[in-house]
Design a protein around this ligand. Sequence first.
Ligand code: ADP
Ligand code: MG
Length: 357
Amino acid sequence: MIKVTNLCKAYGSTVALDNVSFEVDDGHIYGLLGPNGAGKSTTMNIITGYLAPTMGEVVIDGYTLGKDTLKAKKCIGYLPEIPPLYPDMFVREYLNFVASIKQISAKERIDEVQSAIDKTGLKEVSERLIKNLSKGYKQRVGIAQAILGTPKVIILDEPTVGLDPQQIIEIRELIRSLKENHTVILSSHILSEIATVCDDVLMISHGRVVAMDTTDHLLSDKKRLGRSFTVTVKGEKDKTEKVLSGLTAVVTNLSFVSEEDGKCTFTFDTEKEDDIREDVSFALSDERLLVLSLSEEKKSLEDIYLAIMEESDKQYEEELRLAKEAEEAEEEDDDEDIEEDEQFSEESDESNGKEEK
Ligand code: ADP
Ligand code: MG
């Protein structure tokens, strides 16, 4: 549906996007995830044709931005970070206005506007002034203008920012319902939001794609995340600790949690990818320690996000360090060249002087 190739964007000396490539398939909801300043809005502004890239190509449903720009733009409905609303217009009036800008014919306009109003739950407020609506309803109007004309792709930049918890739940449900008729890309830095709404995740950091995968697959990436367990044992703390810390092939980062009523609880990590429950429970029962519970901690998207961001920050800093070193080495070379030149000219001055004598 969308193919982005080697996208670069520089604002003066700030590199906002550095060789971003990805593809988006029909009928999925994609989450664009990354810290502030990562390049999410820039990516969205380029895909929607609001901003020209410094380099790279965007093809939407077979149309290339910059060549078939109008056709490509027609495939997309966009809700920017700051919704383009006119506060002094009535909701229906505003949507009619947007429909005319989108060149929806006068005949279709009434139905299109009504359908957008119905889908976004704006029926009760359709004859009210936009400025008198709550933030949640304003955001619905923003989404309504994006879906007008039923574009194949809907792009939403931080659609739940500034909403209260109830409004957030409602807008999320609305976004999920868009999946029936549209491919959706939304940006967010709320990880639970991405985890509950999106099928696929695209993580960017320092203007680069650092992960692209299905949400489920990211969450099952045990290698990257490591695994953590909690075990509760009927028995003494010291004895239990001795057994667990002896299992060096299985147990790492053993940590005591609590001891009461003859029970003790520990947490630990493991680098093993297969089932370790037998190793642990047999070792404990050999010492007549009864395992009351042994459970694996479920990792959240937050865990994987932090792990990926940490990796990418490290790599980025290393690259900066190497670039700086290379620059300094070059400067030293230049200095040496200048010194040599100066020496050379002094020598030749002297020899010139001699000749004159
Ligand atoms: P995000 O939406 O992920 O927070 P942005 O795409 O807004 O990130 O910004 C990416 C980078 O580009 C940031 O470093 C930001 O400061 C810079 N940037 C964004 N817009 C402009 C602009 N109009 N002029 C200069 N720098 C900009
Ligand atoms: Mg942004």
